[in-house]
Design a protein around this ligand. Structure first.
Ligand code: ADP
Ligand code: NA
Length: 344
């Protein structure tokens, strides 16, 4: 048994890309040997913006398959789909009543999507999008998870999870004690640092992150792209005309170059300086084909295994059903405790 419990998830809201792989999925794998790990497909988060139901289902299987293809072992990690453990919704509602409207209004990700404080586009976005961080708090705290491996883009939301845990513990202090609790009911979870986090940028704009929601397909390497398409996208990636520098400092002010070299370093588990030691002084005509070969070498076996897994939905259903059952053995007693504390 491990002392720390990890929870993380990915939304089934688009095809998985290299950023999801390097920034999330690949980092999940080693944790399963040192922590108790729950990896979720967060479909309830996905529908905070419109999702075609057929796509939602396909992406749900794809993410579960990607977890496994990348090395997560369903015997070592609890791999499941959020909507199959209804306690997420129940605790999310209670947290909606613990969290304050002002806390949600300050979330930059909501402001980006809804436009401004309160949101000029608030007629266009769902109430669920606004309450998203409260459901995320429920995802984590339902399992009393203490460690959350999240990227920079989720730091503010995790801070809000901490605030919700603290406010719940404070608001219900008397009842927690009356029911025999020694102190806080929920742990206050921490960000889990898992080494330097690679933020993969768009191949067309080094100031934007690679994202599922990017409209331009050529800017994003998808995990299921075939070898030719990966090579074509890398060949057409925006760069300056200069040769590669011989050390990392030489990449300053060259966002696109920094991104491509960073991807190479991350894919090969080498430092940027080490990669530049090899390619410094070379042009893109040398570096890009090498990056394409490396990308294909890493991604193709994973994509093949993903395809094999998703072709058997019956087997995927078995894996997800088993994961949900194991998740529920943790979630149900926590939720029973919460109901007692709240007075339900
Ligand atoms: P997306 O932003 O593509 O919709 P999600 O919000 O579902 O992806 O994020 C899933 C995980 O992938 C998160 O842990 C997030 O930090 C990580 N992630 C998403 N995009 C990138 C990226 N470009 N670089 C690194 N990690 C990323
Ligand atoms: Na994100």
């Amino acid at each position: 048994t491990f002392t720390q419990r990890v929870f993380s998830g990915i939304k089934p809201s688009g095809d998985l890309h290299l950023g999801n792989y390097l920034g999330a999925i690949r980092r999940f794998v080693p944790l399963q040997d040192t922590h108790e790990t729950l990896y979720c497909v967060v479909d309830m988060h996905a529908i905070t913006v419109w999702q075609d139901p057929v796509d939602l289902k396909r992406w749900t299987y794809e993410i579960a398959a990607a977890y496994i293809a990348a090395g997560l072992d369903p015997r070592k990690s609890i791999i499941f789909n959020q909507s199959q453990v209804v306690e997420h919704a129940e605790l999310g509602w209670i947290f909606n009543c613990v969290a304050r409207v002002g806390w949600m209004s300050r979330m930059t990700q909501f402001k980006d999507k809804a436009g401004g404080e309160g949101g000029e586009n608030s007629e266009q976005v769902s109430l669920g999008l606004y309450a998203y961080p409260s459901l995320m708090a429920a995802d984590i705290l339902l399992y009393k998870a203490t460690a959350v491996p999240v990227g920079d883009d989720q730091k503010q939301h995790l801070e809000l999870t901490r605030d919700i845990a603290k406010k719940f513990n404070h608001d219900y202090k008397k009842q927690i004690k009356a029911l025999g609790g020694k102190g806080d009911f929920f742990p206050v979870p921490e960000t889990l640092a898992t080494g330097p986090a690679m933020r993969v940028k768009s191949l067309k704009d080094g100031s934007k992150k690679m994202s599922k929601s990017d409209a331009s397909d050529m800017s994003t390497i998808y995990m299921m792209d075939d070898a030719d398409l990966i090579a074509k996208k890398i060949k057409r990636a925006t760069t300056d005309a200069d040769a590669l520098p011989s050390e990392a400092a030489g990449l300053a002010g060259r966002a696109e170059a920094e991104n491509l070299v960073g991807i190479y370093a991350s894919l090969s588990n080498r430092s940027v300086d080490d990669v530049l030691g090899e390619f410094g002084g070379q042009g893109w005509g040398v570096f890009k084909p090498a990056l394409a070969d490396l990308s294909v070498a890493v991604l193709a076996p994973i994509a093949d295994e993903m395809k094999r897994l998703v072709s058997d939905r019956g087997e995927m259903d078995n894996i997800l059903r088993d994961g949900a059952a194991r998740a529920r053995t943790i979630a149900e007693p926590v939720m029973a405790g919460v109901r007692d504390i709240v007075g339900f």
